[in-house]
Design a protein around this ligand. Structure first.
Ligand SMILES: Nc1nc2c(ncn2[C@@H]2O[C@H](COP(=O)(O)OP(=O)(O)OP(=O)(O)O)[C@@H](O)[C@H]2O)c(=O)[nH]1
Length: 567
């Protein structure tokens, strides 16, 4: 069965988990904020408006720090849990979960201490909330956030900007649409000058989410009353105003018990000539019930949007985790496996480029193999390595491994280039050494035979040869033979050089770019492997945050799932 307890308790638990992860109002979040989506009641008021007194009255306990100046310097998230019958009251802080406080004087002391732990003993303020849970049969299930009192001027020891700093912090809490504003104003001041109402009016002009509370009704001048405010004529809100009579300073000094104070407050309204007709809708107990019911209604209405935010965030975080890669194992075997996996991912991309399978690949460079030279191919391969490294997502997280792979590839490409050059030079040498002097010596005789095909049986063959050897025709023949031979050689080289280049550089790059690297890898010690997998610290941090956040959202989803939504 869905109960008020389970709904408010549900939000309480999610809220506590948010704080542990640094997700709170006014916090600096690069993640979407779950806290922002949770409905809560923020208590706002000027200094000495009676804020602390209202909270203590709702709790029925004296537990808030008192003193001059700004006492509340960090938000206090006060979670009230109603317990059964006669069970003992106790309090617990989120920052010291093992300790149960039954002495509320010690609770007050711990709030002060914990405030100072973050802000120092300066008068600074901090948006990091303190979480306090109170378990008691005398409370209703409710969560209230006590915020620093709005002030106008800095006093001794406070930074000049304090008034603005407080307003900014309070505003960050009350401006979110899921915040219910409990605006406290003292009845002995003109409502038009109320700091709480001024701020509430700005962030919630329709008055939809503002509850107006009027304190110090007993301190009004004789013959005056606050009916114009309480009956909504001075400042209209969507919810009815609630009048309160807290303990006076004299009562506090005399340690008047809170339960006694609640009774006196009830009597005050019941017997007041001005307010008795409103008595059932006045006082701190009524306020607590009103807020609890309202909070429950708001939570119920928001659950679908909270659930969809949670699901959306889980999807986003999971895809970010995939992108960032899973955490690296600690043992050498698993590390070697990771390095090989990453190398394989890189090689896959590199081969895709070589095969022209990847958009933006270098197919064009190979289209005219006749023009390719060893250096040009080397340059192309180097560029492909650079490109493939940049495109290997898995490598992004390991800058050291990335540099190692790049160095190994470039070293291999240099080797292939040397090999390529040797082969190409050899091919050229082979062709050029084919033309020997003998060839030219033989040439005239052959030419002679060719030049006198019918033979000259009657002539002097020796004299004809001597004339041909030195004649113009002879040199022309040599010239044309050499030039046609060069043409033939150049045709051959046009075919064989690209073959050599592909054989020595491209084929090698495809088959054994990282072979040497793998051999060296096998010899590496665990320490060297872990150095290779030395992640970028910013990335490690981001993964950790993502993982924690994912845990929070999943826990929140489980919490919501565990509540049965049928009444
Ligand atoms: N007589 C009477 N005194 C009240 C009432 N509410 C508050 N006070 C007194 O007003 C003074 C200020 O009340 P607090 O509850 O401390 O007010 P606060 O807004 O929390 O003040 P800061 O935390 O200092 O900003 C105390 O001396 C209270 O006893 C009230 O309804 N009637």
């Amino acid at each position: 069965m869905t109960t008020m307890e389970s709904l408010i308790g549900l939000v309480n638990r999610i809220q506590r988990a948010c704080t542990v992860l640094g997700d709170y109002g006014g916090g600096d979040n690069t993640f979407s904020s779950l806290w922002e989506a949770l409905p809560s009641v923020a208590v706002v008021g000027g200094q000495s408006s009676g804020k602390s007194s209202v909270l203590e009255s709702i709790v029925g306990r004296d537990f808030l720090p008192r003193g001059s100046g700004i006492v509340t310097r960090r938000p206090l998230v006060l979670q009230l849990h109603k317990t059964d019958g006669e069970s003992q009251e106790y309090a617990e802080f989120l920052h010291m979960p093992k300790r149960r406080f039954t002495d509320f004087g010690a609770v007050r002391h711990e709030i002060q201490e914990e405030t100072d732990r973050v802000t120092g003993r300066t008068k600074q303020i901090s948006p990091v909330p303190i979480h306090l849970s109170i378990y008691s049969p005398n409370v209703v299930n409710l969560t209230l956030i006590d915020l620093p009192g709005l002030t106008k001027v800095a006093v001794e020891g406070q930074p000049e900007t304090i008034a603005q700093d407080i307003e900014t912090m309070v505003r960050s809490y009350v401006e979110k649409p899921n915040s219910i504003i409990l605006a406290i104003s003292p009845a002995n001041q003109d409502i038009a000058t109320s700091d709480a109402i001024k701020l509430a009016r700005e962030v919630d002009p329709s008055g939809d989410r503002t509850f107006g509370v009027l304190t110090k009704l007993d301190l009004m001048d004789k013959g005056t009353n606050a009916l114009d405010v309480l009956e909504g004529r001075s400042y209209r809100l969507q919810h009815p105003w609630v009048g309160i009579v807290n303990r006076s300073q004299a009562d506090i000094n005399k340690n008047v018990d809170m339960i006694v104070a609640r009774r006196k407050e009830r009597e005050y309204f019941a017997t007041s000539p001005d307010y008795s007709h409103l008595a059932s809708k006045m006082g701190s107990e009524y306020l607590a019930k009103l807020l609890s019911q309202h909070l429950e209604t708001v939570i119920r209405a928001r659950i679908p949007s909270i659930t969809s935010l949670i699901n959306k965030s889980i999807d986003e975080l999971e895809s970010e985790m995939d992108h960032l890669g899973r955490p690296i194992a600690l043992d050498a075997g698993a590390q070697l496996y990771t390095v090989l996996e990453v190398c394989r991912a890189f090689e896959r991309i590199f081969k895709e480029h070589l095969d022209g399978g990847r958009a933006g690949g270098a197919l064009n460079y190979f289209r005219g193999p006749a023009e390719a030279s060893v250096d040009a191919v080397h340059f192309v391969l180097k560029e492909l390595v650079r490109k493939s490294i940049a495109e290997t997502q898995e490598l992004k997280r390991f800058p050291t491994l990335q540099a190692d792979i790049a160095a190994a590839c470039n070293e291999a490409l240099e080797r292939f280039r040397d090999e390529g050059k040797k082969t190409v030079v050899r091919l050229v040498d082979m062709e050029s050494s084919y033309l020997t002097v003998e060839f030219f010596r033989k040439l005239p005789q052959e030419v002679d035979k060719v030049g006198n095909p019918g033979g000259n049986p009657g002539g002097n063959p020796q004299a004809t040869a001597a004339v041909d050897r030195y004649g113009e025709g002879h040199f022309r023949r040599i010239g044309s033979n050499v030039s046609s031979y060069i043409g033939m050689v150049s045709d051959t080289l046009k075919n064989t050089i690209p073959k050599a280049v592909v054989y020595c550089q491209v084929r090698e790059a495809k088959q054994s770019l990282l072979s040497r690297f793998y051999t060296q890898l096998g010899k590496k010690e665990a320490k060297q492997l872990s150095q290779m997998l030395d992640e970028d610290p910013a990335l490690m941090e981001r993964r950790q945050q993502c993982a924690k956040r994912l845990e929070l959202y999943k826990a929140a989803r489980d919490e919501i799932d565990s509540v049965s939504w049928t009444r």
